[in-house]
Design a protein around this ligand. Structure first.
Ligand SMILES: [Zn+2]
Ligand SMILES: [Zn+2]
Length: 285
């Protein structure tokens, strides 16, 4: 990504609230694009705001949680710029059969009173199952790419403590299995993928994509007032068909709008962009 020469965040320090190593993927994307520097804001247990293992429930939506972390980054660092990140897992939105991971990054610019949100979503690595014996644990571990992908062992699917998290080696996994098995009244142990960023490489990559999205949005400045985050707010359909020229349902243009002034622009896709006739209601009704 090429840096924006006139980025208002050049040489500025941006606080990031994380305890799970997310700076590894967020810093390269933002620092390269904007010329800013990221500072990790520690000393706050982000698990207090909710955990994937259900032992602490998240209050509010995913976006609200990310926004809260960005605000905390500003409050705790005294910097005017803060970033918070929040992930969610669930079934995929198309068929509902595949684990799906959605990541949100909220950037708050307290100087300008701006909030810009970066997003990414796609297939995620989330798997859980009962293990009747050690062989079941080994099979599941191998299926998810343990130990790069870490595991959590519990005594049931409801997140009831004690949970043993952050298992990242075969000896610690085996010891944790023996402990949970001794606690379990049925002899079965609950195994699940650790969904925290540093323990889930697939998720960490998705956070990197959300950071790239955020960087791209912050690089776009309003042509009138220079405010960053001049981004797509509305899609206009009607891309002409390559065969008959009729308007299709595909995107013809995007309306971009400033977060601060009234300025907005309709940006049409590059000249010569046409829809394939298979997507045309006239040619392929
Ligand atoms: Zn057509
Ligand atoms: Zn503007």
């Amino acid at each position: 990504m090429t840096p924006t020469p006139d980025s208002p965040y050049r040489e500025q320090v941006v606080g990031l609230l994380t305890q799970h190593g997310k700076e590894r993927v967020i810093a390269p994307a933002l620092e390269t694009a904007l010329g800013c520097r990221l500072r990790v804001v520690g000393g706050f247990d982000t698990d207090q705001l909710g955990t994937f293992t259900r032992d602490i429930a998240r209050a509010g939506s995913q976006l609200e949680a990310a926004r809260r972390k960005a605000q905390l980054a500003i409050e705790r660092s005294g910097l005017p710029f803060g970033i918070g990140s929040e992930g969610a897992f669930g079934p995929d939105p198309m068929v509902g059969a595949m684990p799906w991971n959605a990541e949100v990054l909220v950037f708050i610019d307290a100087q300008r009173g701006l909030e810009v949100v970066g997003e990414a979503q796609g297939p995620g690595l989330q798997l859980d199952a009962w293990a009747r014996d050690w062989a079941d644990v080994v099979a599941l571990a191998q299926r998810v790419g343990f130990p790069a992908q870490q595991l959590v062992l519990g005594i049931g699917p409801d997140g009831t403590p004690p949970l043993i998290k952050g298992l990242d080696s075969w000896p610690t996994l085996e010891a944790a299995y023996a402990q949970q098995r001794a606690r379990s009244s049925t002899g079965k142990v609950w195994v699940e993928t650790d969904l925290r960023a540093h323990a889930n490489p697939t998720r960490m990559a998705m956070i990197g994509q959300a950071a790239a999205d955020l960087a791209a949005r912050l690089q776009q400045q309003c042509p009138c007032c220079g405010t960053p985050g001049f981004w797509k707010v509305q899609r206009l359909a009607g891309l002409p068909c390559a065969a008959c020229g009729a308007p299709t349902r595909l995107t013809r243009a995007w309306v971009h709008r400033c977060l601060r002034c009234q300025h907005h622009e309709t940006r049409v896709l590059a000249a010569g962009t046409l829809a394939a006739p298979e997507r045309c209601d006239h040619c392929n009704p």
